[in-house]
Ligand binder design. Structure first.
Ligand code: NAP
Length: 515
């Protein structure tokens, strides 16, 4: 079947009044839908449970987005059985046959785009642009993984010998557990689940407890796309009750996780403890945190660098794994650049995403408290030049906060904060900047602003990260354009939005037939 070449979904033009009006209508519609209950889905059937957990609007924390039914270990057991049963037929389809479900889902997402953006604004605290970017990414994942999966039907070309036909075929792994974070509640759920199922696996999807309603919307889409019962089993629940249970289960073949380093490492440990009767070594794909940074040379375009630093640090309140929470600046332009960064930051409006403010709320009280603690640490480690005082009376708002003159070894230079806090550090030259940049346990995204060709060459070798941007911000990697993922404590090294990622969920079989 001929498939049109992949093209990234276009961002919405918010200067267009019609687009604004459409979103305002969707925001009204979603508001009227708030407070509903969402059941588990196992083997295609809705399953209600006694235990329910409310999800709240981080911009207005008394507003309930929805009540999510909570899976028990028994529910997980049923879901694993359902997935194992569905796997029989689903795994026998060709990659192309399965890709068609992803293309259909992409179409439905496009149709429901405005409504889904509104759900993200309410449940995850995004503004219009951030929610729209996430929507595009979700659609791109479906379109890209569908196309890349079709390539897997070919297997790999092998050396041919007379009298023998050799084939190299990709096979799915089996039953997988998908565990997703709250910060990209639609795109990451879509990418992780889409990649695992298009390769022929059946899964249990456990979304983050803070953003389960957006994940429930994803399930509606996959249902409408006709994905057979049991291929995706929806089991939101307390990680304390079902997390280790599903990861460590004898019948789980693989775990696909995105989230914090701490949880990723725990999952890795639990998954790799073999239990009696387990026939396989579980595969763990983990995308984890980052302590990303931007290095700036004296030759750089300082306006562009300031813009890139501010966008990387404060887009979605710094709650992106790729957020640039450190800027490492050549001493000769340090003062000038710091002034520009501070100036731009002061212009950022803080407030709810429904009104499309530049900086919205952080996700919950625990994030608010953790970031506030880091701000107190920052006051000891540098000079506070902007922000610093949060307000959690209505929503969890923390203004963009900047510390200057922070030393390379400071905690706010090394630890992931996951909020709108930026540390500025002065270095004597770019070589030293690379050393400071590399001095964390993470390796996710980085950027270099320079007009010096030699430095660009050096950065390619020396800046230790999975995604390096030259003269551009370190966030906003596009599917297929900049395949995404880190190494070291940032992840197991595969790249999302690419064929690479699909290979995480298959193993290969070589078949030699003699004539
Ligand atoms: P998190 O606390 O690690 O949670 C991620 C997921 O793991 C949630 O669904 C959580 O469930 C679940 N979980 C927690 N403990 C578990 C356990 N013992 N067993 C199984 N599952 C468990 O991370 P988060 O706060 O949602 O997300 C923020 C983090 O994700 C940041 O560190 C960020 O950098 C990282 N991230 C990385 C990428 C990337 O591509 N590298 C992308 C996005 C985010 P509950 O919600 O129910 O606790």
């Amino acid at each position: 079947m001929p498939v049109a070449p992949f093209k990234n979904d276009a961002p919405t033009d918010w200067s267009n009044i019609e687009n604004q009006e459409e979103l305002k209508k969707s925001l009204e519609f979603v508001k009227s839908e708030l407070g509903k209950e969402y059941p588990l889905i196992i083997a295609g059937k809705e399953v209600s449970t006694e235990k329910k957990l409310a999800s709240y609007n981080p911009a207005s924390h008394k507003e309930v987005i929805g009540y999510m039914h909570q899976a028990s270990q028994d529910d997980v057991e049923h879901a694993i059985t359902a997935a194992r049963t569905a796997f029989e037929d689903w795994s026998s389809l060709t990659f192309q046959e399965r890709a068609l479900y992803l293309f259909k889902a992409a179409k439905i997402m496009k149709r429901r785009k405005s409504e889904l953006i509104a759900w993200q604004i309410y449940e995850a605290g995004k503004n219009w642009t951030e929610a729209d970017g996430e929507m595009n990414e979700a659609i791109d994942f479906l379109e890209m993984y569908g196309r890349k999966a079709i390539e897997l039907d070919e297997g790999q070309k092998l050396v041919s010998l007379p009298g023998i036909e050799n084939r190299f075929e990709y096979k799915p792994l089996g039953v997988g557990v998908i565990i997703t974070p709250w910060n990209f509640p639609l795109a990451i759920v879509t990418g992780m689940t889409g990649s695992a199922i298009v390769t022929g696996n059946a899964v249990l999807l456990k979304p983050a407890s803070l953003t389960p309603v957006v994940a429930a919307k994803f399930m509606e889409i996959m249902d409408e796309a006709g994905v057979p019962d049991g291929v995706i089993n929806f089991v939101p629940g307390s990680s304390g009750e079902i997390g280790d249970y599903m990861v460590g289960h004898r019948d789980t073949n693989f775990v696909s996780f995105t989230g914090s380093k701490e949880v990723g490492l725990q999952i890795d440990e639990v998954a790799h403890t073999r239990i009696p009767g387990q026939r396989w070594i579980k595969r763990v794909v983990a995308e984890m945190g980052g302590k990303n940074g931007v290095v700036v040379d004296e030759s750089a375009d300082l306006d562009a660098a300031a813009k890139g630093i501010v966008t990387s640090a404060f887009g979605y309140q710094g709650q992106k794994c790729s957020a640039g929470s450190r800027a490492i600046i050549h001493e000769n332009i340090y003062d000038e650049l710091v002034d520009k960064i501070v100036e731009q930051t002061k212009n950022l409006q803080v407030g709810s995403g429904t009104e499309n403010n530049a900086v919205g709320p952080v996700i919950d009280d625990s994030a608010f408290n953790k970031i506030t603690e880091y701000i107190e640490i920052g006051k000891e480690e540098g000079e506070l030049v902007v922000g610093g005082e949060g307000d959690a009376s209505e929503g969890y708002f923390i203004p963009p906060t900047i510390f200057k003159d922070v030393s390379p070894g400071a905690r706010i230079m090394k630890e992931e904060i996951f909020g709108p806090v930026l540390a500025l550090c002065k270095v004597a030259n770019v070589e030293e900047g690379f050393e400071v940049y590399n001095d964390t346990e993470f390796g996710l995204t980085g950027a270099l602003y320079t007009n010096n060709r030699e430095q660009i060459r050096a950065a390619r070798q020396k800046m230790d990260c999975g995604n390096l941007f030259i003269n551009g911000k370190c966030t906003g990697a596009l599917v297929g354009v900049q395949p995404f993922g880190g190494y070291y404590m940032s992840g197991t090294g595969s790249k999302t939005g690419n064929l690479d990622y699909l290979l995480s969920f298959v193993h290969a079989k070589t078949i030699a037939e003699n004539f």
